[in-house]
Design a protein around this ligand. Structure first.
Ligand code: HEM
Length: 225
């Protein structure tokens, strides 16, 4: 593993694998969160959240793997950017900016950096309180005043306009990041065949569809509570 990470191709490959894993997570995260706008007053969302929040496989296996994946992706992203910059000092004159790369591809570090800020705020909003309730206070009931608490907690978080604005900005950066990241990840694992065009099309739908869906969720809860 450490041998793989020593070569530039190995690092790009590992970066792409962590990206695929995070894209799968994002899809399931979206699939669960979109149920919070179903017209059943949070019943489906509460059931799903309670299952995910108390299932031992998810809590003790998938969750640590996910957190490792998130940290790995950020750290590796910064390492790749630093290595690219030092390599560029030699050949920048020939390989200059807009002529042969898109704005999005050159700014992955900035869109990624803003997503990091978003993730930290998002963890403070949702994940740390969950960890505190379950692992520190030892309350796995999922209840508050005799009712499931997840839906009310979610609605409560989207009351403040500044937070909704920040989340929406985070989702816009997520779309920019995914627009380049999706096809770049496939390129890094060597996928270049008759399906490439179809994959690129699917990548665009994913990169725009998922963040727009998250924006709808945030705005929905801001305006309906
Ligand atoms: C409106 C949009 C979103 C809502 C309502 C939302 C909601 C939540 C909630 C309720 C949790 C706590 C889950 C738990 O641990 O029990 C959570 C955790 C988390 N969210 Fe989000 N999320 C949104 C968007 C995002 C986005 C765009 C990302 C990534 C870029 C993201 C990444 C994560 C991660 C990594 C965790 C911690 C892992 C876990 O699920 O345990 N979320 N989110």
């Amino acid at each position: 593993m450490s041998g793989l990470l020593k070569s530039s191709i190995g690092r790009k490959f590992a970066m792409a694998l962590s990206a695929f894993f995070l894209m799968l997570f994002l899809l399931q995260h979206f699939a669960i969160n979109i149920t919070s706008i179903f017209p059943d007053n949070g019943a489906t969302f509460n059931k799903m959240s309670h299952f995910m929040g108390t299932n031992p496989l998810i809590q003790y296996v998938m969750q640590p793997v996910l957190i490792f994946g998130v940290v790995f992706h950020f750290v590796m992203g910064f390492i790749l950017e630093m290595k690219n910059n030092s390599a560029r000092k030699v050949s920048y004159a020939k390989n200059n900016g807009a002529a042969n790369s898109t704005w999005m591809s050159r700014n992955m570090i900035y869109s990624g950096g803003f997503i990091l800020v978003f993730i930290i705020i998002h963890f403070i909003d949702f994940w740390f309180p969950e960890i505190n309730t379950k692992f520190i206070q030892g309350d796995w009931s999922g209840l508050h005043d005799g009712e499931f608490r997840y839906f009310h907690e979610l609605q409560h978080k989207f009351l403040a306009p500044w937070r909704v604005g920040l989340y929406v900005l985070g989702f816009v950066f997520l779309a920019l990041h995914l627009l380049h990241g999706f096809s770049s990840a496939f390129q890094s694992v060597g996928a270049n065949n008759k399906y490439t065009r179809g994959l690129k099309g699917f990548g665009k739908v994913y990169a725009i569809g998922i963040p727009v869906g998250f924006i709808i969720i945030a705005l929905f809860h801001h305006f309906n509570h």
